[in-house]
Design a protein around this ligand. Structure first.
Ligand code: NAD
Ligand code: UFG
Length: 338
């Protein structure tokens, strides 16, 4: 089986390529490198010792993508490519809609015209919006999303649902990720955000390494066990293994299926700080700030559908997530080399 991985040089994509290659699945990476370094490709090669092809191409480039499909024999696609910064999407909605929506439309068109109708898509727990009560299940009403980034995920889910209604030859998995953190056990692959991190774990690791002075905790007056926001953190390698199962699922027939990929457990910001301190031996200075607009108190998954239908379950606990995040950050204080 040969899988085209859009955004395969990024954080989740690179970890997924390693697990695909280790499972004996061939990989073709397409990335325009707008949010990653090319050296992540070398790290995938070094970790797997397997040959694979990569193309520098924007998924919005119809001709470029068409050429890749004509040259390679692609059975299915895992579609990670997209812009993902929630705050930035508020200031650059057109760029987010163009990249994420238009990019997906071009990709789907190229796939259809080349007879490839199997796709796994990176959606997000953000589609559950502000009003559902955790644990979140796939059959809950989606919507009420608070930012353009989240709207792109919701719209793409709807586009793929309409596509499946129009043509039952498609085989589609929509994967709703919760909060991916952690890094490859080797310490050679991990999350490498541009500039000041938006997300909790890379912020914590940069405080630990001394790049940032202290963590700002966005609110301690939520209705949670310690007042700080609760999320379902999932190890990126568990998430990557979920993609291997999902790609096997889309290969096995037709249909449209939606799965949560989470652990089913919620940890607060301060729980994560404590777990990180224990794993790294480094004290994390923090200050309580106002709530961040758009944040909700609690968000965690019911992951039982993925267990039942994909045979997948997250195995790595919060301690391991923190240890692996710290190993990556401490061995690569400046992230990937250029
Ligand atoms: P990432 O930015 O590390 O990876 C995305 C990759 O896509 C990058 O390598 C980037 O260069 C590439 N890319 C972006 N636009 C492209 C385009 N037009 N053409 C070709 N390549 C392009 O992000 P990630 O954390 O690995 O996330 C992967 C996917 O998962 C994204 O779609 C993201 O929205 C989704 N997701 C991420 C999270 C998270 O917390 N990391 C949560 C839910 C969903
Ligand atoms: N937080 C802080 N300080 C920070 C960063 C985050 O206190 O510097 C808190 C947040 O308020 C929240 C928790 O840590 O309570 C997690 O925040 P993240 O920014 O790491 O993650 P979010 O849950 O806000 O969002 C993430 C992704 C979104 C995705 C969503 C659901 O960034 O893209 O998970 O999958 F949509």
């Amino acid at each position: 089986m040969s899988v085209l991985v859009t955004g395969g040089a990024g954080y989740i994509g690179s970890h997924t390529c390693v697990e695909l290659l280790n499972s004996g699945i061939d990989v073709v990476i397409v990335d325009n490198f707008c949010n990653c370094k090319k050296s992540s490709i070398d790290r995938i090669k070094a970790l797997t010792n397997k040959a694979f092809t990569y193309y520098e191409c924007d998924i919005r480039d119809y001709d470029g993508m068409d050429e890749i499909f004509k040259k390679e024999s692609i059975d299915s696609v895992i579609h990670f490519a997209g812009l993902k910064a929630v705050g930035e999407s508020v200031y650059k909605p057109l760029e987010y809609f163009d990249n994420n929506i238009n990019g997906t439309l071009v990709l789907l068109d190229v796939m259809r015209n080349n007879g490839c109708k199997k796709i796994v898509f990176s959606s997000s727990a953000t589609v559950y919006g502000m009003n559902n009560i955790s644990p979140l299940t796939e059959d809950m009403k989606v919507g009420g999303v608070t930012n353009p980034y989240g709207r792109t995920k919701l719209m793409i889910e709807e586009i793929m649902q309409d596509l499946y209604v129009s043509d039952k030859e498609w085989s589609i998995c929509l994967l709703r990720y919760f909060n991916p953190i952690g890094a490859h056990k080797s310490g050679t692959m991990g999350e490498d955000p541009n500039g000041i991190p938006n997300n909790l774990m890379p912020y914590i690791t940069q405080v630990a390494i001394g790049k940032l002075d202290h963590l700002g905790v966005y609110g301690d007056d939520y209705d949670t066990h310690d007042g700080t926001g609760v999320r379902d953190y999932i190890h990126v390698v568990d998430l990557a293994l979920g993609h291997v199962k999902a790609v096997e699922k889309v290969a096995s027939g037709t249909g449209l299926n939606i799965y949560n990929l989470g652990t089913g457990k919620g940890y607060s910001v301060l729980d994560v700080v404590k777990a990180f301190e224990k794993a790294s031996g480094v004290k994390i200075k923090y200050e309580i700030l106002d709530r961040r607009p758009g944040d909700i108190a609690t968000c965690y998954s019911d992951p039982s559908k993925a267990l039942k239908e994909l045979g997948w379950k997250a195995e790595r606990d919060i301690e391991e997530m923190c240890e692996d995040s710290w190993r990556w950050q401490s061995q690569n204080p400046n992230g990937y080399p250029d």
